[in-house]
Design a protein around this ligand. Structure first.
Ligand code: FCB
Length: 441
């Protein structure tokens, strides 16, 4: 087997990603806190509770961990319900708290990327119709201005909305996120409003901070036809266009696509300075007319695929490469804003990580403009409707005692970050079964 190392470009960003509600704790003013109180909404009745206690100050020790582990970037989100607890009423102390955290990142050599909306909404916004009501567009712009005015000296990379497609689907089609709806038309209305809210937010950020880099974190669910049948091909292509592409393309050319709308929205054209991709897995799609929640196609993992403990993610690294092949044609800098796997025992994660980064390295060598990678996630955190049943952390967390314990992947990722690449020596140590595949010869 060959001894070799695959290096990434200088200044490549290596980090982890987090979201406010999943790590801060005691986010009592948003729709998720209420949702968690309703019986049956969260697996086992789990609650976010103190989460990773970042609001209580444990961000310090976790940022220390990230920095000591060789990371140079971190993606986090700010919580709208903390900053604007009532419409038009701002909590300056909350903003000061975020300033302290952002300063903490800089002091440790971690470059921040800040997400403005990551799944949670203030309760007052929900009372006004949430993302179904057009009034959210102006509200989100207003919120953006306040946050960017307060934080722009500490942040130069902004992500307006995390996974607009994932949010709209989970909250309005699958009913798994608040408000728990199952209404396809509402789903597309929400995505339409999210498009316009992104546009307004993009322009607001650039008014205040012309040099900022602004993007979204788009969830890309890989899709492949289950068989060579033309019907499976058509179902897979159609779903991929709707789910993966229909939100992103209008932000390049201003042209709305079915099913999010029609015609032109000039203000949307050119409103991405980068594209963030959240990639976890890939499905096979089989034509099927019987599923109202997944029009024309049934999804499943490839037979024989290596699947995570809760059956949530199949290890499909080539799907990341396929997503990058699609994304690079947009001609924008690309960040992998999330990628990871739930795996408390850390059996699959080392392999998953090495294989996905190997695909990323291929993309970089095609001169596709990939600028950074944020692993999901640093420390186990509250996984939405799956509660604490899924563990995505490089560090394990005991939410009762708040004790953190590194998994082997924490050490593996640290070596990758410090080396700015992957080597055969590292692979031999952490996932020897991959040697023949990654370093043949
Ligand atoms: C993504 C979410 C993130 C986390 C991971 C596992 O869809 O953006 O908050 O829950 O999945």
């Amino acid at each position: 087997m060959a001894e070799a190392a695959f290096h990434f470009p200088p200044n490549f960003l290596w980090g982890t990603a987090t979201a406010a509600h999943q790590v801060e704790g005691n986010n009592t003013g948003n729709d998720w806190w209420q949702w968690e109180l309703e019986p049956g909404r969260i697996q086992r009745g789990d609650r976010s509770g103190l989460a990773c206690d970042w609001w209580g100050g444990r961000w310090r020790e976790d940022f220390d961990r990230a920095a000591e582990a060789g990371q140079n970037a971190h993606r986090l989100s700010v919580e709208w319900s903390r900053i604007e607890p009532r419409p038009g009423i701002w909590d300056e102390a909350a903003l000061a708290h975020y300033r302290e955290m952002l300063r903490g990142l800089h002091q440790r050599g971690l470059r921040p990327m800040v997400t403005l909306h990551h799944f949670t909404n203030p309760l007052w916004l929900v009372e006004q119709g949430g993302w179904e009501s057009e009034s959210v567009i102006g509200r989100f712009e207003h919120f953006t201005r306040k946050v960017v005015e307060a934080l722009h000296d500490l942040v130069d990379m902004w992500c307006t909305i995390n996974e607009p497609n994932g949010y709209a689907y989970s909250a309005y089609t699958a009913g798994a996120f608040p408000p728990g709806r199952r209404d396809i038309r509402a789903t597309f209305r929400v995505m339409h409003n999210m498009l316009l809210a992104h546009g307004a937010s993009y322009h607001a950020i650039h008014d205040i901070q012309p040099a900022a880099e602004v993007g979204i974190a788009q969830h890309i669910r890989g899709m492949q036809p289950a068989t060579p049948s033309p019907l499976d091909g058509a179902a897979s292509r159609w779903q991929s266009r709707v789910f993966n592409e229909s939100f992103v393309l209008p932000l390049r050319d201003g042209r709305l696509r079915f099913p999010l709308g029609r015609g032109r929205e000039r203000a949307l054209a050119g409103t991405l300075d980068f594209l963030g991709l959240n990639y976890y897995t890939r499905d096979r799609v089989r034509f099927d007319l019987r599923l109202p929640g997944q029009p024309f196609g049934r999804h499943f993992f490839a037979p024989g695929a290596e699947v995570s403990p809760a059956g949530f993610i199949a290890n499909e690294p080539e799907g990341l490469f396929a997503a990058l092949r699609w994304a690079h044609r947009l001609g924008l800098p690309i960040y992998i804003t999330e990628n990871g796997v739930e795996d408390a025992a850390d059996q699959l994660r080392p392999r998953y990580l090495l294989q996905h980064l190997h695909q990323l390295w291929h993309a970089v060598n095609f001169a596709w403009p990939v600028r950074g990678y944020y692993h999901w996630t640093l420390v186990d955190n509250f996984e939405w409707e799956r509660g604490w049943t899924q563990r995505f952390g490089l560090w394990a967390l005991d939410p009762e005692t708040q004790a953190r314990t590194p998994r082997p992947s924490a050490h593996l990722y640290a070596e990758i970050c410090k080396e700015n690449g992957l080597s055969s020596a590292l692979t031999a140590r952490y996932a020897p079964e991959l040697m023949a595949r990654l370093f043949p010869g």
